[in-house]
Design a protein around this ligand. Structure first.
Ligand code: UDX
Length: 437
């Protein structure tokens, strides 16, 4: 099929390359000429495993091209809207500027038989509003919603082999053509029995925000348990293992630690609360503000622990920060708990030196005040304490004896509960984690 992808960020760039990989003819558009130039030369503008490979093979096949010129989408029949919906400044709501301007720019090039397919995470009701915009401009193109569930770090795999597909199509004369078009777009995944939910647009919009709210709630639930565990001498990891064996609960997303961050979970729960307030239903999702608070409390808990483990005075203490990305296999530092912890310690007067295998570039741009090391060893050298805040494999596999030989004082705060306390204590470390004795 001939498809266009509007927006070439974490979602759109991967989606465009994956669509070409699946055999479609793709034109990908973004307003940022630097990003487009990088992508057109086969360079991923951010770290995402597998993306460079599918980018080069798609470019080589000539099924993918990047442009800043929206008129090049003419001729495509399916137009994916994959722009960002970040948190609006000074508000909990989603900033819809990019979605609106993408659709406004697209409208002049739409044919009546085309499909505008929303992928961005949006407040429920957005597709209705966009359809009104399209109709008001005199176009008969159909607006449908097809939320994306990709996880950074696994984005290529999640796009090519999703764990489910959701098509939000409203009833009407365009229902059947829209369903056929989406079935054709995703024919490879559907051929392997990927579960498909065909529903209305409002449900499709809600599915995404509900899924992310549920995941955020699960993480904050276990983090709340870790506070209780810590006060009572219980072990939150063993608690998670034990409740996780119940298939109704499940073990995934029950890892207690410094909490969730990134470009999705934090802003999505806030945007959901804001939308619910607009609908007069704020109390229905009031628990999400508690989920947010528990999550943010974890960051301060880690900072307090570091200060306490240094004897109550952190000024001029050398602190090795291991990890800055919001999670491993990503260079994304948007709302990153790790970066937040680094900043707070720096503001308290600690002599912070941080290392992340991939996020140095983004950190240098958004937090130039945070000194960066070239590698973990350099960060650990002469440190008074180490803080593991992003569970990159190379940190999880750190040898406590080697780390101890480098440091001035053998102290580590494991803010992701991923190290073996016994091994670190045996190497002479003062080891602490969150909610484990
Ligand atoms: C999330 C959703 O998983 C994905 O489906 C959606 O499309 C976008 O938002 P992502 O932001 O890439 O994906 O990250 P995810 O893997 O969900 O992790 C989110 C945060 O939760 C990370 O900061 C991670 O460290 C944290 N987390 C995750 C925990 O603290 N504990 C856990 O048990 C799991």
């Amino acid at each position: 099929m001939k498809v266009s992808v509007i927006g070439c960020g974490y979602l759109g760039a991967v989606h465009a390359a994956a669509m070409a990989e699946l055999g479609h003819q793709v034109v990908a558009v973004d307003v940022d000429p630097n990003k487009i130039a990088l992508l057109a030369s086969g360079t991923a503008p951010f770290f995402e495993p597998g993306l460079p490979e599918i980018l080069s093979s798609a470019l080589a096949s000539q099924r993918l091209r990047f442009t800043t010129d929206m008129s090049e989408v003419a001729g495509s029949s399916v137009h994916f809207i994959a722009v960002g919906t970040p948190q609006k400044a000074g508000s909990n709501a989603a900033d819809m500027t990019y979605v609106d301007s993408a659709v406004d720019a697209l409208i002049p090039f739409l044919n009546d038989e085309d499909f505008v397919v929303g992928k961005s995470t949006v407040p429920v009701g957005t597709s209705q509003r966009l359809e009104e915009k399209v109709t008001a401009a005199g176009s008969k193109a159909t607006v449908v919603w097809n939320p994306e569930f990709l996880r950074e770090g696994f984005a290529v795999q999640d796009t090519i082999s999703p764990d489910r597909l959701v098509f939000g199509i409203n009833p009407g004369s365009s229902f059947d053509p829209a369903l056929s078009a989406l079935r054709e777009v995703y024919s490879t995944a559907l051929a392997t029995d990927t579960p498909l939910v065909v529903t209305d647009r409002a449900t499709a919009e809600l599915v995404k925000i509900a899924a992310n709210s549920f995941l955020a709630t699960k993480i904050s639930f276990i983090n709340a348990m870790s506070e209780i565990a810590e006060a009572t001498g219980a072990n939150v990891t063993e608690l998670a293992d034990a409740i996780g064996y119940d298939a109704r609960i499940g073990r995934r997303f029950l890892n207690a630690g410094v909490g969730f961050g990134g470009g999705c979970l934090p802003k999505d729960i806030r945007a959901f609360s804001a939308r619910a307030e607009e609908l007069g239903l704020g109390s229905s999702v009031a628990f999400l503000s508690e989920v947010d608070e528990i999550n943010l409390r974890q960051r301060q808990r880690v900072v307090d622990r570091v200060v306490a483990d240094c004897g109550g005075d952190i000024v001029d203490k050398k602190v090795a920060i291991l990890g800055l990305a919001f999670k491993p296999l990503s260079d994304d530092v948007r709302d990153s708990p790790a970066l937040d912890v680094a900043r707070r310690l720096h503001e308290l007067g600690a002599d912070v030196l941080a290392f992340d295998p991939e996020a140095s570039g983004p950190v240098a741009r958004v937090a130039p005040e945070i000194p960066l090391a070239q590698n973990a060893q350099q960060a650990l050298l002469d440190a008074d304490i180490a803080v593991l805040v992003t569970e990159w494999p190379e940190f999880v596999q750190l040898d406590p004896r080697t780390a101890g030989d480098l440091m001035a004082h053998k102290r580590i705060v494991d803010a992701r509960n991923v190290l073996d306390p016994a091994a670190w204590r045996a190497a002479g470390f003062h080891y602490s984690s969150l909610g484990r004795p």
